[in-house]
Every structure is written in C-alpha cells, then in structure tokens.
Write a protein that binds this ligand. Structure first.
Ligand SMILES: C[S@@+](CC[C@H](N)C(=O)[O-])C[C@H]1O[C@@H](n2cnc3c(N)ncnc32)[C@H](O)[C@@H]1O
Length: 187
C-alpha cells in the first residue's frame, strides 16, 4: 500500500491513530521478545499495512500460525490480497472478538499477542474487555506485547495490564517516529 493510500485511510478512520507504519527497526525490537525457534501461534491486532505481519512470516517456522485481526476494511482486504501464505489468517474484525476468532481455529491458544491498536481512543469497558479476552486466549506463560505511542498515560493501558496479568514489564523503543512504549505482559 502506498503512502498516499495509507494517508487516505488515516483521514477517514481515526482508529488508525498513527501517521506512519512502525519502522523496520521498531518491528525488529518488538519481535526480539519472540522465540521463533519452535512452532508458535501468534495473534496480531491492528496489522494495517502489514509491517509486523511480513516480518513475523519471515521469522516463523513453516508449521506456525499467524492470526491477524484488523478493524479497517481496506487494510484487511489489502493484506489478504497481497500476502498469500497459508500460515496467515486475516479477520476483518475488532480485537474484542478474539475469543470467537480463536474458536474458529479449534480453540487454539496463542503464544504471543502483538498489538498496535490505540487503547487511548477506547472507553474503559472496551479496554478491559480486550485485555481480559487477550489473557484468556493466551497459553500459560504466553505474552501480550502491546506497543503504543510513548506519551500514552498509564490509565490508557498499563493499569489494565497490571490488574489482569501476573508480570508486566515496560520499555521504550526510540528507533521509531514517534518513539513507542512497549509492554511485555506475561500471563
Ligand atoms: C497505529 S495503527 C498500527 C499499524 C501497524 N501495526 C504498524 O505497526 O504500523 C493501528 C491499527 O489498528 C487498527 N485497529 C484499531 N482498533 C482496532 C480494533 N479494535 N481491532 C482491530 N484493529 C483495530 C486500525 O485500523 C489500524 O490499522
């Protein structure tokens, strides 16, 4: 997808929330938290143009599974059209429905959930629902890896993570414009 098309989508849809896709080094830094040496089930919330999606598919074993959940119709369609890989399953859905989506995969549990969706734009009910359902679909010891813009307040996401997950670490990714705040929440 061209920058022009990305901007057109951004103007129409406030949920996109970021002027540019995550940088290559930003993607790599987030994905350092993933063990790609064995079969993994990864869920991605808000793939947009697929910068994470493509990198994850490059790194994953042949028997791994990637479930991408994108609310924006144009992004979901483009992703589906542009990436033909049997390990990838794209759903034009809200992350809030992740429990129903995993049921379509035989109730499979995820090793990792990566998320770029803007929790700052959600109401507290939706934040709590997505965080709780994310925990439910993770394996024990599974990790939730949400990245957000660095100026985000604790009340947008961190507080929900600490009240739902056993361990929550946070860091900053500065090789990205704007810099990102990354959480590592372990079930
Ligand atoms: C900031 S962009 C992140 C894009 C991409 N992952 C990246 O790193 O460049 C946020 C994306 O989340 C999607 N999104 C927003 N709310 C969502 C929700 N509730 N469920 C699924 N996707 C959502 C938006 O449509 C947008 O594509």
């Amino acid at each position: 997808m061209s920058t022009f098309q990305y901007m057109k989508n951004l103007i129409k849809d406030r949920n996109i929330a970021s002027i540019t896709p995550t940088s290559k080094s930003g993607v790599k830094e987030v994905c350092e938290r993933i063990d790609f040496s064995k079969r993994v089930v990864i869920v991605e919330y808000g793939p947009a143009t697929g910068v994470f999606t493509k990198y994850l598919l490059e790194q994953m074993t042949n028997d791994s599974l990637l479930i991408a959940v994108e609310l924006n119709e144009n992004f979901a369609e483009t992703l589906q059209k542009n990436i033909t890989d049997s390990r990838l399953h794209v759903y034009q859905e809200s992350a809030e429905n992740i429990d129903e989506i995993m049921e379509k995969h035989g109730g499979e549990k995820a090793d990792y959930v990566i998320s770029g969706i803007p929790f700052s734009l959600m109401n507290s009910e939706l934040r709590q629902s997505i965080v709780r359902k994310t925990k439910e679909v993770l394996k024990s010891e599974g990790k939730f890896l949400p990245y957000q813009t660095f100026f985000q307040k604790d009340e947008h996401l961190k507080n929900y993570l600490t009240s739902n997950f056993n361990d929550v670490q946070e860091g900053f990714i500065i090789k990205n414009l704007p810099p990102m705040r990354l959480y590592e929440a372990v079930k």
